[in-house]
Design a protein around this ligand. Structure first.
Ligand code: TRP
Length: 443
């Protein structure tokens, strides 16, 4: 049923801060995500996964530089930090804490099956080394850290590449296990795979990736962009010879930036035997038309790291407004609790009793049963005469508790005589006692 303000769907995605953004990242993720974040009824969380970067990078300067470059890239490409929650993972102190909670509900056997860790082991095995040779405990635990990223903000959807789907499924497992043990705290996340998003070929025709060293940095200076494009591999067909679009990295990259009409025009040019040099010039101009204005924004941002720092800290505050209270809830759920509060609760009736008026029953040497009413300081307000049985004394007390001031008059014959001031004080004490007991029952 349509509703005027549907609950927003929460999207969350992290970018590991281990490299320099390249055209492949732009086409495959940034461009699409920024556009997407502007939709109505979408609440997005974008974060710089710098804890994840520590798993693969041990150069501090590179982590810092990459964090700056990726943050500047997202902002230059139009991510609006007012509209989305844009933060740095390591600013959220609750993430490592949640990671531990999840670690304790994650089967080791589940982590044994993680692709990222198995791929690393396979490499070692292929080299004839110990399978664990290049596996840090961080790499092994990577899916749990990622689970904490996702579950902390109760994301519904996590846009990822196919290689990350297994991690989202693991996060679901963790959420289910935790919810089963401690109550419904986590939303079960789903992977959102966008197959329409292109993977871009790199300079050598393989997928553009920093691991192949075939990338074109997104915001490389204009002259450098032109030079890199000139280096894209082509076949050796001469000018005038028809060119194949199929399998041409140049054509595919062009297509990722051009509209249908422009693409069609280049297809015809290929058939008509355009020289590779001219085709490269067309590609350069087309990319620069889109990237040029963004590059200007990027250059301004990257030269003002303090501004980026400020934006990220503001984003962290926004994120922690969610993570802080949520973590407090989770701590309580698992039993990490304020002991003082527990004591107060258990001891409250006793402590309160000591500080409130009280009846005292006792038997005297004459064999009769008596009672006294004491004020909160233990001073005597009323003194009964002797009763033949404790039940009779108890009944009189019950009447005083129930009827307070009125009972004082009714029971006058069974009490030691009191002056008016004491009647008032005793009445107040009986009222206070009734009120305290009523409040106590509510607790
Ligand atoms: N592991 C992801 C990658 O390498 C990055 C990442 C970290 C992430 N935490 C995340 C992605 C949470 C989505 C959700 O691409």
């Amino acid at each position: 049923m349509a509703s005027s303000s549907p609950t927003p769907v929460r999207f969350l995605t992290g970018i590991t801060t281990s490299g320099t953004p390249h055209l492949g990242n732009y086409v495959g993720s940034v461009r699409h995500s920024v556009r997407f974040s502007r939709q109505a009824h979408v609440q997005s969380f974008y974060f710089l996964a710098d804890y994840h970067a520590l798993i693969k990078v041990d150069e501090p300067a590179r982590i810092q530089r990459s964090t700056l470059e990726i943050a500047a890239t997202w902002l230059a490409c139009g991510l609006d930090p007012e509209r989305v929650t844009f933060y740095r993972q390591s600013d959220i102190a609750e993430i490592p804490e949640l990671t531990w909670f999840l670690t304790c509900v994650t089967a080791k056997g589940l982590l044994n099956r993680a692709h990222a860790y198995k791929a690393q082991m396979d490499k070692s095995i292929a080299r004839g080394e110990d399978p664990d040779a290049d596996v840090s405990a961080g790499l092994f635990m990577y899916p749990v850290l990622m689970g904490a990223d996702i579950l902390m903000f109760n994301a519904h959807k996590v846009p990822v590449g196919r290689d990350q789907v297994q991690h989202i499924e693991m996060a679901r497992d963790m959420a289910q296990r935790f919810n089963h043990l401690y109550g419904e705290h986590f939303t079960l996340p789903e992977a959102e795979i966008d197959d329409a998003v292109a993977t871009l070929p790199g300079l050598d025709g393989r997928k553009m990736s920093k691991s192949y060293d075939n990338t074109i940095p997104l915001f490389t200076p204009r002259a450098q962009l032109q030079k890199l494009i000139a280096g894209i591999v082509t076949d050796s067909r001469a000018p005038g010879e028809p060119k194949e679009t199929e399998g041409s990295a140049l054509f595919q990259i062009y297509q990722a930036f051009a509209d249908a009409q422009e693409t069609e025009a280049l297809r015809r040019a290929f058939a008509d035997g355009i020289a590779w040099g001219d085709a490269k010039q067309l590609l350069f101009e087309r990319i620069d038309r889109e990237i040029g204005p963004l590059r200007q924004a990027y250059d301004t941002l990257i030269n003002d790291p303090a501004r980026i720092e400020k934006i990220l800290l503001a984003g962290a505050e926004k994120a922690r407004a969610i993570s802080r209270p949520f973590m407090a809830e989770l701590r309580h759920a698992v039993g990490l609790r304020n002991l003082g509060a527990a004591r107060d609760k258990a001891a409250a009736p006793k402590a309160a009793k000591a500080a409130r008026p009280a009846f005292k029953q006792y038997r005297e040497k004459d064999g009769l049963y008596y009672f006294k009413l004491l004020d909160e300081n233990g001073s005597q307000l009323l003194q009964s005469l002797g009763f033949a049985s404790p039940q009779e004394a108890g009944r009189a007390i019950g009447q005083l508790r129930a009827q307070r001031g009125t009972a004082l008059t009714l029971l006058a014959a069974q009490l030691e005589p009191v002056d008016n001031a004491t009647v008032r004080a005793a009445t107040d004490a009986l009222e206070a006692l009734a009120a305290a007991e009523a409040a106590g029952h509510k607790n």
